[in-house]
Each structure stands twice: as structure tokens, then as C-alpha cells.
Design a protein around this ligand. Structure first.
Ligand code: ACO
Length: 310
């Protein structure tokens, strides 16, 4: 049994904060942010909507797209580092809000690689036949842990949610290979005490190396080559890091998803949000070979090679 994506959804808060807005709040400039990161604006959720509220909206859309009723969900996995509270988990909150009566539910904490960890976990349950429908939500309200006095980090992040329903798909479709990894010794480079703290240069070096290596590794594991790739969906942290991954795969610009300019870094939500946007734009088609790759605090990383379609 192969595990693949059978429905997707996303939710982006309405409130746009541009680089020019940030110029008024801190010692930064639109020019610096654009050239160093590729970010032009980000979305910030209001006080009335926490992580579970963002995730719920994306999850509803994914279930509708998959034509799966809440009672048919076997498991809910929520990738987030910004839960409403330490417990109960966001996954349990969604289980209740959705009315997913028979679902197991837990959060996955792997920072920006969390969605890759969630999808790979779902794959194990589906391929062994234990579960049929698994809902995976990548969601962050990073604005609540952003230090708005720290220009090194405040300009980078945004809020948002993306969700997929995974289930059994036909032979040759779905997840073909994956790689997950961690290096806790690099935890000091990116962490949260009260707020997000980051050594940008160290994270940058790690990310450039890891995104490229993991992308190549999943292709090798699937017995494929760079030429087989139709579309790359990298974690949207910084355009320069994304470009390094694209160049490693020798892909033309139009074959890489780019939403970082609109949404900033939405951590675990960035890959599913980008996936939905590319599908809506008609750039991902049935039978396409997709590589998804992410890295994050932990340090963590993950990549998936997937043949699109049911
Ligand atoms: N506006 C203006 N100047 C700034 C800003 C800003 N917002 N932020 C930093 N600077 C200054 C710095 O203080 C530094 O000044 P100095 O030389 O006087 O000390 C100067 O700009 C250059 O800083 P660098 O660190 O050399 O800039 P760099 O080119 O490395 O870009 C950046 C910084 C964008 C943070 C980059 O290192 C990066 O993208 N790193 C990866 C970050 C990342 O992806 N984090 C998310 C991980 S995902 C997760 O798990 C949440």
C-alpha cells in the first residue's frame, strides 16, 4: 500500500505587515530585508485567532478537498512549535473542533521540518494498513514568540497554516522515499526561551548544506536522478537558502515554489502552504515528481520524494 496526499487546504490570516511597516518600528529597511531574505511582506494573525484557529481553518479545507468526513479520520498530526499551550495539544483541540470522533491525536515538534516529520509518520501508519485517513496540519503563530525588538529575527517570520489528508494511493504514486535527521548539538543556534533566538549565520550555513544534500539523498533512495524532478517545494525560510537547493538540483527557476516573498518564514506551515498555492496555480500535475525539503530548529531536517496523484 502506498501513502499519498488526497486533499490539501491552507489558511492565511488577512493582516499584511510589509517591510515598510517594519521600517517604522525598528532599525531596518525594505532593501536589507529583500536582498538578504527575499521577504516583502508577511501575515500576522490577530489576538482573536491562536494556532488552533489557524489550523482548524486549513484542516477543514483539506478534508473537504479529500472528501473525507471528520468521523473517517484515523489520526491527526499537528506540526507546530507555537501551540496554544503546552497541553492539551493543538491536535487534540482540532480533534474536538472537527468532531473527529475516532482519531488519535498528537503534536509533532520538529520546528520548520515538522511537516516532513508529520508526513513520514503518517506514511508508516497508512502503508502498514493500520490507519486509512491521516490529517497532517503544519501551523504556526510565530508572531506570539517573535521578539519585536530584535531586528535579526523580527523581519523573518509570519503566521499561517497548511493541511493535507493522506491516505492509500495507487501503485507508483505517493511517497517514494524520505530522509529525516537531527543534530541536537546545533540546538544553540536556533531556539525559544521567551522568544525566538537565532544565530543567523550558523543556521544559514547548515541550511544551505542540508537542503541540498537531503534533496539529492531522497532522489537516490527512490532510484531517481535530478532530471526526473518536476517541482521542488523547499521550506520557505530565505530565498538564498532556497536558491542553493534549487541549484543543487539544477532546476530552472519556474520549477521551484516561492511564497517566501508574500508570507515570510511560517515554519512548519511553509511547505503545505506552498504546495496548495502551486496546485491552485496549476503548476503541479498528476504524475509529477515532487521533492519537498525542510530544515529547522533542533536542529532538524527532512525531505520527501513524492509522485503526485491518487
Ligand atoms: N535590518 C537591517 N540590518 C540587519 C537586520 C535587519 N533586519 N538584521 C540584521 N542586520 C544587520 C546585522 O546586525 C549585521 O550588522 P553588523 O555587521 O553591523 O553586525 C548585518 O546586518 C549583516 O548581518 P549578517 O548576519 O551577515 O547577514 P546575513 O547575510 O547572514 O543575513 C539572515 C542574515 C537573513 C538572518 C541570514 O543569516 C539567514 O537567513 N539565516 C538563516 C535564518 C533562518 O533561516 N532561520 C529560520 C530557521 S527555521 C526555524 O526553525 C524557525
Amino acid at each position: 500500500m502506498n501513502a499519498g496526499i488526497i486533499g490539501v487546504g491552507r489558511f492565511i490570516p488577512e493582516n499584511i505587515v510589509t517591510n515598510l511597516d517594519l521600517e517604522k518600528q525598528m532599525d531596518t529597511s525594505d532593501e536589507w530585508i529583500r536582498t538578504r531574505t527575499g521577504i516583502e511582506e508577511r501575515r500576522i494573525a490577530g489576538d482573536d485567532m491562536d494556532t488552533s484557529g489557524l489550523g482548524y481553518r486549513a484542516a477543514k479545507k483539506a478534508l473537504e478537498a479529500a472528501n473525507v468526513a471528520p468521523e473517517e479520520i484515523d489520526m491527526i498530526l499537528v506540526a507546530t512549535v507555537t501551540p496554544d499551550q503546552p497541553f492539551p495539544s493543538v491536535a487534540c483541540m482540532l480533534q474536538d473542533k472537527l468532531g473527529a470522533k475516532k482519531a488519535a491525536a498528537m503534536d509533532v515538534s520538529a520546528a520548520c521540518a515538522g511537516f516532513m516529520y508529520g508526513m513520514v509518520t503518517a506514511k508508516q501508519f497508512i502503508e502498514t494498513g493500520v490507519y486509512k485517513n491521516v490529517l497532517i496540519v503544519g501551523v504556526e503563530k510565530l508572531s506570539k514568540v517573535t521578539d519585536w525588538e530584535d531586528r535579526n529575527t523580527a523581519v523573518l517570520f509570519g503566521d499561517g497554516a497548511g493541511a493535507v489528508v493522506m491516505g492509500p494511493v495507487s501503485e507508483g504514486k505517493g511517497i517514494l522515499s524520505f530522509e529525516l535527521g537531527s543534530d541536537g548539538s546545533g540546538g544553540k543556534y536556533l531556539y525559544q526561551d521567551t522568544h525566538i533566538r537565532m544565530n543567523g549565520r550558523e543556521v544559514f550555513k547548515f541550511a544551505v548544506r542540508q537542503m541540498g544534500e537531503s534533496s539529492v539523498n531522497v532522489l537516490e533512495k527512490a532510484g531517481l536522478t535530478k532530471e526526473d524532478v518536476d517541482f521542488l517545494i523547499p521550506h520557505q525560510a530565505n530565498i538564498r537558502i532556497m536558491e542553493a537547493a534549487r541549484q543543487r538540483l539544477e532546476l530552472p527557476v519556474e520549477k521551484m515554489s516561492k511564497t517566501v516573498h508574500k508570507y515570510g518564514n511560517t515554519s512548519a506551515a511553509s511547505i503545505p502552504i506552498s504546495m496548495v498555492e502551486e496546485l491552485e496555480a496549476g503548476k503541479i500535475k498528476d504524475g509529477d515528481l515532487i521533492v519537498m525539503v525542510g530544515f529547522g530548529g533542533g536542529l532538524t531536517w527532512g525531505a520527501i520524494a513524492m509522485r503526485w496523484g491518487k
